[in-house]
Design a protein around this ligand. Structure first.
Ligand SMILES: Cc1cc2nc3c(=O)[nH]c(=O)nc-3n(C[C@H](O)[C@H](O)[C@H](O)COP(=O)(O)O)c2cc1C
Ligand SMILES: CCCCC(=O)C(=O)O
Length: 412
């Protein structure tokens, strides 16, 4: 039986992941599925949900369940949203356009990555081609994930572009001053195929172009080779090892600003009216800093276990973040390891306003483009609907801390 023959008719996100594993090229699959180093945090993001137990209430009329909610005041059909993931055309040629269209159909929020393989303009335009169905509540919502470049002019230029076309918030990723070490990418010498580009930097007016990116890679490789020659190591295999260190990671070193600090968040705040969400907060201390600087949202995230390995699972970090900003005017969201309706329910019960999906959207894209993303979103929404009904909750605001407990021991 060939790998492709092992595909399942997907009835859960796990099935979609299985299908991606048997159909995708190893280069793209490894880039998508990997975590950093030993991948302890990657595993824990999912495991930690299993350590939390549910406390359902019975004998309530649950014949009608309503999953609608709001994000920064904007109505969406459910608290299940799309996290930013780079280079979606690696999964399916329709890439970010397909995701945007599925988000529009689902009436949920999509965060577009700075590192998309479709421009911010083309992505939102694709989503807007979907007629808004007025029968069901909610509206599509697009936010833009910002990497702050060393070149502040280029960064500001990108902000102006996304403001102009209608992205409704900036999600600033703060956990990536350098790229985490994903061993499979190092081994595979991961590279974007030549026919794809980091589309947001292709624009003729852009200060950061594909040429800069490629130049940086070349420069890093030349430097690695020169070093090897100097050390008399000249063996091909070793050259390759050093070369391998230098593609995505070298780009990040050359372009993304590792000096990023709270004053830069204040700088972004000062140049835009868009609400700001800080993505990558894991501690009470940083949550307080974010609230003090006046951001509108905090996304509790460990980048899907791809940055610092060994940090807390996001569902375990969530309570301290929420506690720290209690009573402050800031929404708190979570991403990382959300795969089941009960995971969404647990995050909401602990106090998250919404959850964001990273890899499951990519598995959906790989399975069947726009239809696959729609399937991923609807499977999870149906599971949330059922979990709510079985736990005795008819609306999102019914889901409170009383519905969960840590561990399996009875509460005495
Ligand atoms: C392949 C891949 C690419 C990603 N690219 C970005 C990115 O460009 N910007 C960003 O802020 N986060 C990025 N992330 C992190 C996600 O936004 C999110 O935090 C994470 O995937 C959530 O975990 P999950 O995959 O378990 O749902 C990426 C994650 C993956 C798996
Ligand atoms: C600067 C890193 C961009 C891609 C990314 O976030 C990831 O691969 O996790």
């Amino acid at each position: 039986m060939s790998r492709k023959d092992q595909q399942l008719v997907p009835i859960s996100l796990t099935d979609l992941e299985h299908n991606a594993h048997v159909t995708m090229s190893i280069n793209a699959l490894d880039y998508y599925r990997s975590g950093a180093n030993e991948m302890q945090t990657l595993r824990d993001n999912q495991d930690a949900f299993s350590r939390i137990r549910l406390r359902p209430r019975i004998l309530r009329d649950v014949s009608k369940v309503d999953t609608t909610t709001t994000l920064l005041g904007h109505p969406v059909s459910s608290p299940i949203c799309i996290a930013p993931t780079a280079m979606q055309r690696l999964a399916n040629d329709a890439g970010e356009k397909a995701t945007a269209r599925a988000a529009a159909k689902a009436k949920t929020c999509m965060i577009l990555s700075s590192w998309s393989t479709t421009t911010a303009e083309d992505t939102i335009a694709a989503g807007r081609e979907i007629p808004v169905d007025t029968e069901t509540p909610g509206l599509p919502l697009y936010w833009f994930q910002l990497y702050v470049y060393k070149d502040r002019v280029a960064t500001e230029q990108l902000i102006r572009r996304v403001e102009k076309v209608g992205y409704k918030a900036l999600v600033i990723t703060v956990d990536t001053p350098f790229l985490g070490r994903r061993l499979a990418d190092v081994r595979n010498v991961f590279k974007l195929p030549p026919h794809m580009t980091m589309a947001n930097f292709e624009n003729k007016d852009s200060k950061v172009t594909m040429a800069t990116i490629l130049d940086q890679e070349e420069a890093a490789m030349e430097a690695a080779e020169a070093l090897l020659e100097k050390n008399g190591a000249g063996k091909k295999k070793e050259t390759r090892v050093i070369r391998q260190e230098s593609s995505l990671a070298a780009y990040v070193v050359s372009q993304i600003d590792p000096t990023l600090s709270w004053k830069d968040i204040a700088w972004v705040r000062s140049i835009t009216k868009l609400p700001i969400v800080v993505k990558g907060v894991l501690t009470a201390e940083d949550a307080i800093m974010a609230a003090n600087i006046g951001v509108e949202g905090i996304l509790v995230s460990n980048h899907g276990g791809r940055q610092l390995d060994g940090v807390l699972a996001t569902i375990d970090a969530l309570p301290e973040v929420l506690e720290a900003v209690r009573g402050r005017n800031v929404e708190v969201y979570l991403d990382g390891g959300v795969r089941k309706g009960t995971d969404v329910f647990k995050a909401l019960a602990l106090g998250a306003k919404a959850v964001f999906l990273g890899r499951p959207i990519l598995w959906g894209l790989a399975h069947d483009g726009e239809e696959g993303v729609s399937l991923a979103l609807s499977l999870l929404k149906q599971e949330l609907d059922l979990a709510m009904a079985l736990a005795g909750c008819c609306k999102i605001s019914d889901i409170t801390r009383d519905y969960v407990q840590y561990g399996h021991a009875a509460r005495l």
